[in-house]
Write a protein that binds this ligand. Structure first.
Ligand code: C2O
Ligand code: CU
Ligand code: CU
Length: 432
């Protein structure tokens, strides 16, 4: 915290070396380290200032994914940081407790830079989140899990070139969790909260435990759910987050796994999109004596859902092929539309293709009204900023915009399959 009460973070993007596979250090990029970046943490109401310094030899930028802030502070393709330069955005946190993240977002190079390691978590706490009854001791019973798939060459080098043929971008055949290969978690409490972030380029995971034990979903991308909701499987597409709480008993050994899942495209397109694959994600090893409560609260202090006012404006977004939204590829100088400060709109998102797409919009969170013609499942009823659109499905969402007007600087919306985003499946809007 500085003298004027701002929470200040100093971040430097630089190259490094990381030993993911033992005995084989490989070139990586990281923020304040060799791979990924520190978990940033702030409270609702805080004023935040970040100094982002670029020690790479190409432009980069850091985007605060899920954060409600002025477009000039957002860190998209319009705020490139030249090699050697420092960019210092500043904003006030106005949204409720959530598991947000940050990642590189330069025009056309997001996939490559995130793949090499430019990403981290940004957790928001608020007045009610600490007393909600959820586990909240970071690293003890509140565990961040940044899940990524990677490819390595035969001699253990991170392979940024080899891409298994896939219409959705590169799929890896090895899993890293928080940059660790084959990880395990020693557990000392009866309940463990896992904050899952899918920071992969293209892969969708369907998380569940190997013994099929139930767990509780307690938060989606941008805030708590109204109540814990029991699940055995939870699907997460690139950039989506979910918080889950799982109960363990003494000496339990259980594995969090990603299971095969349908992505809506039929057998062949789904296989090429990685839907048949499965991976062990994390081994949990419980101690013989466990502490803490055994049960979750019945209700959670969730933010209110966004209710669409009668007569709200509607917009339709169609995801075509792998590089277009409503028929247009991204063009830096084209603003697709503008909205009034604080407006609420209903958006229909249509995926008419054989492949999944992942809708994401900057600067706001939204509520899902329907998915594939039905009400969304309970774990998708919380606030979201990213949404998997399986092949051939449509979703309807309600979006309430922020009040930071700026006719010059846009916010982005795009497919979060990073190859699609880099290939132009991205548009932009202004708040004016
Ligand atoms: Cu994770 Cu444009 O965002
Ligand atoms: Cu974003
Ligand atoms: Cu896409």
């Amino acid at each position: 915290t500085d003298r004027s009460g701002r929470r200040v973070f100093d971040l430097t993007a630089a190259t490094g070396a990381t030993e993911f596979l033992s005995g084989n250090p490989t070139d990586t990029w990281g923020v304040n380290g060799s791979y990924l970046g520190p978990t940033l943490r702030a409270r609702t109401g805080d004023r935040v200032r970040v100094h982002v310094t670029n020690h790479l030899d190409e432009p980069t930028t850091l985007h605060w994914h899920g954060m409600h802030l002025p477009a000039a502070m957002d860190g998209g393709p319009h705020q490139p940081i030249a090699p050697g330069a420092t960019w210092s955005p500043e904003w006030t946190v106005t949204q409720p407790a959530a598991t947000l993240w940050y990642h590189a977002h330069p025009a056309g190079r997001t996939l490559e830079q995130v793949y090499r390691g430019l990403a981290g978590l940004f957790l928001i706490d608020d007045r009610v989140s600490a007393t909600s009854g959820l586990p909240h001791r970071y690293g003890v019973d509140d565990i961040p899990l940044i899940v990524q798939d990677k490819n390595f060459t035969g001699d253990g080098q991170l392979d940024t070139g080899r891409t298994r043929f896939s219409p959705i971008g590169p799929l890896g055949d090895e899993i890293l969790v928080n940059g660790t290969h084959d990880p395990y978690l020693p557990v000392t409490t009866r309940l463990v909260r896992l904050r899952l972030l899918n920071a992969s380029a293209a892969r969708t995971y369907d998380f569940g435990f190997t013994d099929n034990r139930p767990f509780a979903a307690v938060a989606s991308d941008a805030g708590l759910l109204p109540a814990p909701y029991e699940l055995r499987r939870l699907r997460l597409a690139p950039s989506e987050r979910a918080e889950i709480v799982v109960a363990v008993s003494p000496d339990d050994h259980v594995v969090l796994r990603s299971h095969p899942t349908g992505l809506g495209g039929g057998a062949l397109p789904d296989r090429f999109a990685g839907a048949d694959d499965s991976f062990d994600i994390l081994r949990l090893q419980a101690a013989s004596r466990l502490t803490g409560p055994t049960a979750l609260p019945e209700q959670l202090p969730a933010p209110a859902p966004v209710i669409p006012p009668a007569g709200a404006d509607r917009r339709v977004f169609t995801f075509n092929h792998a590089s277009r939204i409503n028929g247009h590829a991204y063009a830096p100088h084209r603003i697709d539309f503008s909205v009034a400060p604080g407006a609420t709109e209903i958006w229909e998102l249509r995926n008419g293709s054989d492949n999944p797409h992942v809708f994401h919009v900057h600067g706001v969170s939204f509520t899902v009204l329907s998915l594939a013609g039905s009400r969304p499942p309970p774990h998708l009823t919380g606030r979201k900023d990213s949404l998997l659109l399986p092949a051939g499905t449509a979703a309807v969402i309600v979006v309430r915009f922020g009040t930071h007007a700026d006719p010059e600087r846009p916010y982005m919306f795009h497919c979060h399959l990073m190859a699609h985003e880099d290939h132009g499946m991205m548009g932009q809007y202004t708040v004016t």
